[in-house]
Design a protein around this ligand. Structure first.
Ligand SMILES: C=CC1=C(C)c2cc3[nH]c(cc4nc(cc5[nH]c(cc1n2)c(C)c5CCC(=O)O)C(CCC(=O)O)=C4C)c(C)c3C=C
Ligand code: FE2
Length: 385
């Protein structure tokens, strides 16, 4: 049987319509990897109540940053696409993850012309779920599966949760342990040079829109989704990996702007990782610093946390408190940046290195992440070209 590779891009997903914001949140709060209530009836009751309570205000935020204004760009399982609904309340994470899927599939056609590589998206809290993805893969005759988290840093709350969910569905679908493919996992890839290069290219794009004087006085705020401190104490590597990512990005820049790390999107009463992004910006403003480049560091697409929380809410909150910015910019998400797509391809090839013959991959030099005149240095690729 010839080899058919399936790469599964695992992400969180987001609601595609106002009517499913509540169900999306219910799915999220029911996940015992994210809210540690042990599953069972307590967790179920909690997720019912909290999702009902939270949905109306979260729906308003999604409306503000709607990712589906001209018809749905999401995956083939998208509820809107099937019913030809143009939603005014769709998370951009859906369409942008689909763009990454298409970008990677196209890239594989170029670099592995002798192999069939299909790319799928698999969302944890909204369509398509693992169950649907596996049906598609069986239909496509996949023989080798690579589980590729769209989280460069490992956390049990994100990648860990997606892997666990996948494994549960595999057990249900193939109870005799006879799944029709060999499976490979990518745990994290924050050291990947193409990934780091893509972040630096996005930083350069943002700086290129400023005059030199503004550029020099711009402070970089690397903002990551926080986690409860309890996660860190119980050994979740995410926070350390986030810090290492930031240092690796900065180590590759020739011009060193002042830079800081903070955490956003706190949910619930528990203590979360510190400092909080809004508090850190406020502290800078109090010192008279008024120029910021916000760098969403744990996220690989634009979505509610970057576009709304950083792009709208933070500025409104600071201005309400009487602060003024001279220049405030949020870096664009990596989305389908060629460097990020290449990183995903490199990590896929790396876990399959014992399965594919030498010379099967023809790396494409032109899709390198960093433009010649970028201020970031390009390091040698981690994977031989
Ligand atoms: C990228 C890393 C992420 C980590 C780590 C993470 C942990 C984490 N998240 C919640 C609760 C919520 N997260 C929500 C949205 C959301 N979370 C991430 C990423 C991480 N979460 C993304 C990319 C998104 C946005 C999805 C989109 O549609 O745009 C939400 C829903 C929104 C809201 O109600 O505010 C919740 C809730 C916890 C509790 C947690 C760690 C324990
Ligand atoms: Fe989250």
């Amino acid at each position: 049987m010839s080899m058919r590779i399936g790469v599964v891009l695992m992400n969180l997903g987001g609601p595609t319509h106002e009517d499913n914001v509540r169900i999306f949140l219910k799915n999220l709060f029911r996940d015992e990897d994210i809210i540690k209530l042990g599953g069972g009836v307590t967790q179920k009751a909690f997720s019912n109540v909290i999702s009902k309570f939270r949905a109306p205000s979260v729906a308003e935020d999604y409306k503000e940053i709607n990712g589906c204004p001209n018809g749905c760009t999401g995956n083939k399982h998208c509820f809107n696409r099937k019913n030809k609904v143009v939603s005014d309340c769709c998370s951009p994470i859906n369409g942008l993850t689909e763009a990454q899927r298409r970008g990677l599939e196209k890239y594989f056609k170029k670099i592995m012309p002798g192999h069939e590589v299909k790319v799928y998206t698999c969302m944890r809290y909204w369509l398509p779920f693992a169950d649907q993805v596996m049906d598609d893969m069986v239909e496509d005759g996949i023989t080798h599966t690579v589980l590729m988290p769209l989280y460069p840093q490992f956390s049990w709350t994100t990648t860990g949760s997606s892997f666990r969910d996948w494994e549960n569905v595999v057990k249900e679908k193939f109870p005799d342990g006879n799944k029709p493919w060999k499976e490979f996992h990518v745990k994290n890839y924050y050291h990947n040079e193409s990934y780091l290069g893509a972040i630096n290219a996005r930083i350069d794009e943002a700086l290129a829109e400023m005059d030199e004087e503004t550029r020099k006085k711009t402070h970089f705020i690397f903002s990551a989704h926080g986690t409860p401190l309890l996660e860190v104490r119980s050994g979740d590597p995410y926070t350390v990996e986030i810090k290492e990512t930031m240092e690796a990005v900065m180590a590759r820049r020739e011009e060193k702007n002042s830079y800081w790390l903070s955490f956003q999107s706190r949910v619930g009463p528990q203590k979360w990782t510190q400092p909080n992004t809004e508090d850190l910006v406020e502290r800078h403003l109090e010192y008279g610093i008024k120029n910021f480049l916000m760098i969403p560091i744990a996220f690989v697409t634009d979505h509610i946390e970057t576009l709304y929380e950083l792009g709208v809410e933070l500025v409104e909150d600071m201005e309400e408190e009487g602060f003024e910015f001279e220049n405030y910019k949020v870096m664009n998400g990596l989305n389908d940046h060629p460097g990020y797509i290449r990183a995903l391809a490199e990590e896929t090839v790396n876990v399959l290195k014992h399965e594919i013959s030498e010379g099967a991959v023809q790396w494409d030099q032109q899709s390198d992440a960093v433009p010649e005149n970028g201020s970031a240095r390009r390091e040698k690729s981690a994977v031989k070209t």
